[in-house]
Design a protein around this ligand. Structure first.
Ligand SMILES: Cc1cc2nc3c(=O)[nH]c(=O)nc-3n(C[C@H](O)[C@H](O)[C@H](O)COP(=O)(O)O)c2cc1C
Length: 179
C-alpha cells in the first residue's frame, strides 16, 4: 500500500557498499521523467552520477548536510532551465519526490541534498559549484542532488497516530475535521 511506503520512507545518509542495478537506475530515472509539471513543460535535466570521484566532489557542495554523499552508491542531480518554466522549483521538487518514492519501492534508501540557495564553506554558491563539477550549462539552475543506495542504517517508520493532525483544517482555518 502506498501509505505504508510513505510511512517507511526516511532520509537515509549511510549506505552499504552494494551495487544498485541498471534496472533499478532505469526505474529511478523513469520515475523522475514521469513527474507532472506545470503546463507539461518538463523544464528539468537529470544527471546520474555513479563515479566515486564525482560523488566525493559533490559531497563538498555545502558547508553542512552533504558530506555523506561520498558514501552513496549513486546520486541524481536535478536541475532545470528557468526560461522553460517559471515554476521550475515546484516541478523539480516533485521529480525529487518521485525519485525518493521509487527508491523506497525498490528497497533503496535516499536523501534530498538541497543545493539551491545554499553555500559552501568558503561562501561560494553551492549551485555554482555543482554546475562546475557536472559541467552543466550556465542557464541551468540546480535544485538538489538525491543520494541513493542500500541503507546501512535503520530508521523507524512513522506512525499514523503520531502525525501532526493539527496542521489540517476543515473548511476554515482553525476548524477541526469532526471525528
Ligand atoms: C527541501 C529539502 C531539503 C533537504 N535538504 C537536506 C540536506 O541538504 N541534507 C540532508 O542531509 N537532508 C536534507 N533533507 C532531508 C530532511 O532533513 C529530512 O527529510 C527531514 O529531517 C525529515 O526526515 P525524514 O526524511 O527521515 O522523514 C532535505 C529535505 C527536503 C524536503
Amino acid at each position: 500500500m502506498y501509505l505504508k511506503m510513505l510511512q517507511k520512507r526516511r532520509s537515509i545518509r549511510k549506505y552499504q557498499d552494494k551495487e544498485v542495478s541498471g534496472e533499478q537506475i532505469q526505474a529511478l530515472l523513469q520515475a523522475a521523467l514521469l513527474s507532472p509539471s506545470s503546463r507539461g513543460q518538463r523544464p528539468w535535466q537529470f544527471v546520474l552520477i555513479d563515479q566515486e570521484e564525482v560523488l566525493e566532489e559533490l559531497a563538498e557542495a555545502k558547508a553542512g548536510g552533504s558530506s555523506f554523499l561520498a558514501g552513496a552508491e549513486i546520486a541524481i542531480a536535478v536541475a532545470a532551465d528557468p526560461e522553460v518554466s517559471d515554476v521550475w522549483v515546484e516541478d523539480c521538487s516533485i521529480a525529487v519526490t518521485h525519485i525518493q518514492m521509487m527508491a523506497e519501492d525498490l528497497g533503496l534508501g535516499s536523501c534530498w541534498i538541497q543545493i539551491r540557495r545554499r553555500q559552501r564553506q568558503n561562501g561560494e554558491s553551492s549551485e555554482d559549484y555543482v554546475r562546475k563539477v557536472l559541467a552543466l550549462p550556465d542557464r541551468l539552475r540546480v535544485l538538489a542532488v538525491v543520494a541513493l543506495g542500500y541503507a546501512d542504517e535503520v530508521k523507524e517508520a512513522y506512525e499514523l497516530d503520531e502525525l501532526n493532525y493539527d496542521k489540517v483544517h476543515y473548511n476554515s482555518y482553525g476548524q477541526e475535521i469532526p471525528n
